[in-house]
Design a protein around this ligand. Structure first.
Ligand code: SF4
Ligand code: SF4
Length: 611
C-alpha cells in the first residue's frame, strides 16, 4: 500500500472502504492486460457494493483476458479532504493505481443526484471534468444505468453513454477500444466508430438547437452518427453471463447478501414508473437457472442470505416453483431467502405459506395513492379490498408491522386524495383488529412513507408538471393534519431533493454548466440529506440565469421535442401519450398478462415478451 495512504487511513471513518483486498476481488498482472478499466460507483462504498449491476459488469469485464476491471467508489468527505491534502489521486481498490492512467473509466448512473459526485471523482483523479478537455484516447469516460436514458444534463462530461443492458454492448466497446489502442487511433476516431455500435450514444456528435421559449428545437447528428440510438437488451436471461462469485466486503454494506435477479421489466405499467418502461420487454430467467446460480454464489461467497430481486417479484411466473427449489436446500445450509418487491394484489395464502419459511422482516406495500380514483389515474391496478385482504393474510401469517409507500403531487391529485392516504392506512389498522388469528399480545404499527412525484422520461407522465414546492408542502401538512389514528406514523421525503431530481430528470444540455458550477461551489453527495446544499444550487441557477421551474414545474405539449427524443428505449412515444391521455379520464390499462397493450418494447426481442 502507498505510504501516504497508509498514513491517512487511520484518520478517516471506516478505512476498510478504501483498502481493497476483499474476498473474491480480482487481481491480475497489469503487464499482461491490454485494457485497464475502472468501474466507478458515484456514491459511498456501502451503497455501491450493494448494487447488483456493478457486480455483474465487474465480473463480465474481468472474464476477458485482455482486461483488468477494478472498483472505485466516491470517497466520503473526510477521506476526500485527506486525499487532497496529501495529493493522493483517486485510485482503484484492487491495484491502488491512479485511475487517471486507466484506459476506460465507466460510471453507473443510478440517480440524478449523484452527478456532482461524478465530477468530483474525475477531479480527484486529476482529470479535466469536461470531455472536450480530455483529448487523448485514454481514459475514455463512459456512463450507463437508468440516468443514461436522458444524459443531456451531464453530456458535457462523458465521452459516451451506453443505453440499456450492458452485458453485450460493454464487450463490443472494449473490443473496439483494444483495436483502436493497438493501432494508435485517436479519441475522435474511436468515438466515431463507437457511435455506430448499437446502443452507444456519443453526445459530442450531436448538436442541439433551442426555440425562443427555451424548449428544444432540434437534435442533429454529425459525422455519420445515427439519428436514433436504440437501447440494448439481452434476449436470453438463462444464457447470459452471470457471475459465479461476488466480492465480499469487510464492512457492513446496505445489502450484504447474494442478490439474484429473477426477471427484467414489469407487466404492470404504473404510469409514473420509469423502471417499468426502461426495462421492458419482460424477460424471465428460469427457476432452474436461478436455483443453480444461487447455489454456486452461496458456495463461493459464504453468504447466508439470498435476496430475489426484480421490479415486482410476485409477478414472476415461476415464483412458487423457485421457492420450492430454493427451500429444498437453503434451510439445511442455514441460508435465508428474502423476497422484496412484492405487490399487494397477487399475494396468495400459498405464497404466504412459503414466505413463512423465508425471512420475515416488516411487510411493505406500495399502494402509491390513497383513493381508487387516484390509483386509476396512475394505473396502479389494485383495489382497497385487495389490499385489505392481503393485509389480513399477512396479519394471519404473523405480521404486525406494515409500511405503506405513497406519492404526493401525482397528476390531478386533490386534497381529498391526500386525505385518502390516511383513511386507507386507518383501514389497515382496523383490519388488524378484525383478523381473528392476528399475532396475540402485539399492537399493529402502520407506517406511511410519502415521497414526492417526480415526472420521468419514457413514462406516460413525462409531459406532466411536478407539483410546485409550495403545493407539495401544503400536501404534506394536509396529510399530517388529517391522519385519523395515532397508530399511524408518517415520514416524508425531502421536497427540495425531489425538485432537483425533477430538474435533472428532464433537463437538457444547458444544465451541464449548472452542475459544474454547483460542484465547484462545494456540492457533492446531494442525495444525502445532511450534505445537500439546496441554497447553493438555487444561487447557481440564479447566477447562470436558468430557471429550475422551467424543467420541473412546466407542463409539456404533446408535440414538444424532448432532450431525449433521439434515444429509443423500445416503448413508443405514441403508446406513452395514449397512456397519459387515459390517465386524465382515470381509465386504466390492464397488465400485460391480461392483454398486450402494444407498448412496442417486444419489437426489441423479436416480438416476444415473457408474460
Ligand atoms: S408494479 Fe408498478 S411501480 Fe412496481 S415496478 Fe411495476 S410498474 Fe413499477
Ligand atoms: S409489448 Fe405488450 S406484453 Fe410486452 S411489455 Fe409491451 S404491452 Fe406488455
Amino acid at each position: 500500500m502507498d505510504k501516504k495512504l497508509e498514513k491517512i487511513l487511520p484518520l478517516v471513518q471506516k478505512p476498510a472502504r478504501y483498502t481493497g483486498g476483499e474476498l473474491n476481488s480480482v487481481i491480475k498482472d497489469k503487464n499482461s492486460v491490454d485494457i485497464r478499466m475502472a468501474f466507478c460507483f458515484p456514491d459511498s462504498y456501502e451503497i455501491g457494493m450493494s448494487h447488483l449491476g456493478i457486480k455483474i459488469l465487474y465480473a463480465l469485464a474481468n472474464a476477458r483476458e485482455d482486461t483488468w476491471c477494478e472498483r472505485v467508489f466516491a470517497p466520503w468527505d473526510d477521506m476526500e479532504k485527506k486525499m487532497r491534502e496529501n495529493e493522493i489521486p483517486l485510485y482503484a481498490l484492487e491495484s491502488g493505481d491512479p485511475i487517471r492512467d486507466f484506459d476506460v473509466i465507466a460510471f453507473t448512473l443510478q440517480y440524478e443526484l449523484c452527478y456532482t459526485n461524478v465530477l468530483n471523482m474525475l477531479d480527484l483523479a486529476g482529470l479535466p471534468v469536461r470531455a472536450a478537455d480530455r483529448q487523448s484516447l485514454s481514459p475514455i469516460v463512459i456512463g450507463g444505468g437508468p440516468c443514461a436514458c436522458n444524459p443531456e444534463p451531464i453530456a458535457a462530461f462523458f465521452d459516451l453513454f451506453t443505453l440499456g443492458e450492458g452485458e453485450e454492448v460493454n464487450n463490443e466497446i472494449l473490443d473496439l477500444y483494444a483495436d483502436c489502442k493497438k493501432r494508435g487511433a485517436s479519441k475522435a476516431e474511436f468515438l466515431r466508430l463507437a457511435a455506430n455500435i448499437p446502443g452507444v450514444y456519443v453526445p459530442s456528435l450531436y448538436s442541439v438547437r433551442y426555440n425562443g421559449d427555451g424548449t428544444v428545437r432540434e437534435i442533429a447528428p454529425a459525422d455519420g452518427a445515427p439519428a436514433k440510438i436504440t437501447k440494448r437488451i439481452v434476449r436470453d436471461l438463462d444464457g447470459v453471463f452471470y457471475p459465479d462469485t461476488f466480492v465480499v466486503p469487510f464492512i457492513e454494506v446496505v445489502h450484504d447478501r447474494v442478490t439474484h435477479e429473477i426477471f427484467r421489466g414489469c407487466i404492470r405499467g404504473c404510469r409514473f414508473c420509469q423502471a417499468c418502461f426502461l426495462n421492458r420487454p419482460i424477460r424471465e430467467k428460469s427457476p432452474e437457472t436461478i436455483n443453480e446460480q444461487c447455489k454456486v454464489l452461496c458456495r463461493n461467497t459464504g453468504y447466508d442470505e439470498i435476496s430475489l430481486c426484480s421490479l415486482s417479484s410476485s409477478d414472476y411466473s415461476g415464483i412458487e416453483a423457485l421457492l420450492d427449489k430454493l427451500l429444498s436446500w437453503t434451510p439445511e445450509e442455514k441460508i435465508n431467502v428474502a423476497l422484496p418487491s412484492l405487490r399487494v394484489d397477487n399475494f396468495s395464502d400459498e405464497l404466504l405459506e412459503k414466505l413463512k419459511s423465508v425471512r420475515r422482516s416488516g411487510l411493505t406495500f406500495a399502494p402509491e395513492a390513497g383513493t381508487q380514483r387516484m390509483r386509476d389515474v396512475i394505473n396502479k391496478n389494485v383495489t382497497e379490498e385487495e389490499m385489505l385482504e392481503t393485509a389480513r393474510i399477512a396479519f394471519s401469517g404473523g405480521y404486525s408491522a406494515v409500511k405503506l409507500y405513497f406519492m404526493l403531487g401525482l397528476p390531478t391529485e386533490t386534497d381529498e386524495d391526500v386525505e385518502g392516504i390516511g383513511l386507507l392506512a386507518k383501514k389497515v389498522v382496523d383490519e388488524f383488529y378484525r383478523t381473528p388469528d392476528r399475532p396475540k399480545g402485539r399492537g399493529v404499527t402502520v407506517g406511511i412513507s410519502a415521497s414526492s412525484f417526480v415526472p420521468k422520461p419514457f413514462t406516460p407522465f413525462q409531459w406532466e408538471p411536478q407539483a410546485t414546492r409550495e403545493a407539495l408542502l401544503h400536501k404534506q401538512q394536509h396529510l399530517k393534519e388529517t391522519l385519523p389514528s395515532k397508530k399511524i406514523n408518517v415520514s416524508f421525503h425531502d421536497i427540495n431533493t425531489s425538485f432537483l431530481e425533477a430538474v435533472f430528470a428532464r433537463g437538457d444540455r444547458r444544465l451541464s454548466a449548472v452542475i459544474e458550477e454547483a460542484w465547484r461551489r462545494g456540492c457533492t453527495f446531494d442525495s444525502w440529506g445532511d450534505k445537500f446544499k439546496f441554497d447553493v444550487w438555487m444561487d447557481v441557477f440564479r447566477d447562470l440565469a436558468l430557471s429550475p421551474e422551467f424543467y420541473a414545474n412546466r407542463a409539456r405539449n404533446y408535440d414538444e421535442v424532448f432532450p431525449w427524443d433521439h434515444l429509443d428505449y423500445g416503448v413508443s412515444r405514441a403508446f406513452l401519450q395514449r397512456e397519459d391521455e387515459k390517465s386524465k379520464e382515470a381509465k386504466t390499462t390492464g397488465h400485460c398478462r391480461l392483454h398486450c397493450a402494444g407498448c412496442g418494447a417486444n419489437q426489441l426481442n423479436g416480438g416476444r415478451c415473457d408474460v
